[in-house]
Design a protein around this ligand. Structure first.
Ligand code: NAD
Ligand code: KPL
Length: 302
């Protein structure tokens, strides 16, 4: 399998999906956006493409796109960039087009979608990726590459080939043999920051100025470290506290993705972030009080 031969279908044409599709297009790689329905495809055609700001000035990129309602060629390689709670529903729309044994790369925050997907389609080869790239969508069919980051991909024997194929433009995707470590790291950071910013409706950096929020942030980290010990894998969360504080400072002016979802009346990813953590802990016999409380409070906001 040669890197450049892979054709990617990208499901979830939001910030991250159109970011990858835009760089793929500029590099002459083969990728197509899968839009939710025919009406969305019509809107896209009227917009004549994605208006992408990738570093310099904005450029209109006529990325190939299809509707999930259309019939089309079988899909062998799917990049899934929907938010976690939308993933299964989105996938169900293209289920009939996903070849037996197709490769799906989940590029999203949170954990739990892989298990849900494989329960439904055990034939699929499901890889996972975790990214620190930053992108946002100022308006429909627009994307801004706001911050350079790194992406790790793993979960199977073809991770190298897939990582190469998804490394487009400055998007640097590396294969890792231990994607679980990267996913758990990101999950832990998101568990510490996202629910609290949503509850206190504050920017990431403002957590440091709120004594109650800061105390809760430390309790969340204490509970995750306790879980690591309990799992017999304390090294998994080495330096977590310092890392969380560094991310809070480094993204001080950010409104977290969870805060933005709550403010915009969208379902949040809480069940795949803190929810996954609490379910996992409970399965091994541990209750994480602060995380459980934050889970319930954020659920009540959604
Ligand atoms: P987004 O909301 O911009 O994009 C998600 C897209 O999925 C939307 O365009 C939505 O219309 C589409 N979608 C939802 N349901 C669908 C369906 N049934 N059929 C077809 N399309 C459907 O979100 P995003 O910011 O691109 O984030 C995607 C994932 O990446 C999230 O898990 C997020 O936490 C993670 N992430 C984002 C960033 C970032 O900078 N934006 C950084 C790191 C991780
Ligand atoms: O990943 C993030 C998010 O908002 O989801 C952090 C790291 C908290 C940055 O805002």
């Amino acid at each position: 399998m040669h890197t450049h031969e892979l054709h990617w279908s990208i499901l979830g044409a939001g910030a991250i999906g159109t970011l990858w599709a835009s760089y793929a297009f500029k590099q002459g790689r083969s990728a197509a956006l899968l839009l939710r329905d025919n009406a969305r495809l019509e809107d896209y055609r009227r917009a004549r493409g994605i208006l992408a700001t990738l570093g310099g000035s904005a450029e209109l990129l006529p990325l190939p796109a299809q509707s999930c309602e259309e019939d089309g060629a079988p899909i062998d390689h799917l990049l899934l960039t929907t938010k976690a709670p939308d993933s299964l529903k989105a996938l169900s729309r293209i289920d009939h087009r996903l070849s037996r044994g197709a490769t799906v790369v989940l590029l999203q925050n949170g954990l739990g979608v892989r298990e849900e997907l494989l329960q439904r389609r055990p034939d699929l080869h499901c890889y996972q990726a975790v990214t620190t790239e930053g992108a946002y969508r100022p308006a429909p069919f627009q994307v801004v590459h706001a911050g350079r980051g790194q992406t790790l991909l793993g979960g199977g024997p073809n991770a190298d080939v897939l990582a190469n194929s998804l490394s487009v433009g400055p998007l640097d995707v590396s294969a890792t043999e231990d994607i679980d470590a990267a996913l758990w790291r990101k999950l832990a950071v998101n568990c510490a920051i996202n629910p609290l910013t949503a509850l206190y409706r504050c920017r990431n950096g403002e957590l440091l100025d709120n004594p109650l929020a800061l105390q809760q942030l430390h309790q969340v980290i204490d509970e995750i470290l306790e879980l690591g010990e309990y799992m017999g894998q304390p090294a998994r969360f080495d330096g977590l506290r310092e890392q969380v504080l560094a991310v809070v400072r480094g993204t001080a002016l950010n409104r977290s993705s969870m805060l933005q979802d709550i403010e915009n009346g969208r379902p949040s990813e809480i069940d795949y972030i803190t929810g996954y953590l609490c379910r996992y802990a409970s399965d091994v016999g541990l209750t994480l009080d602060t995380n459980q409380q934050l889970l319930e409070q954020v659920r009540a906001l959604s």
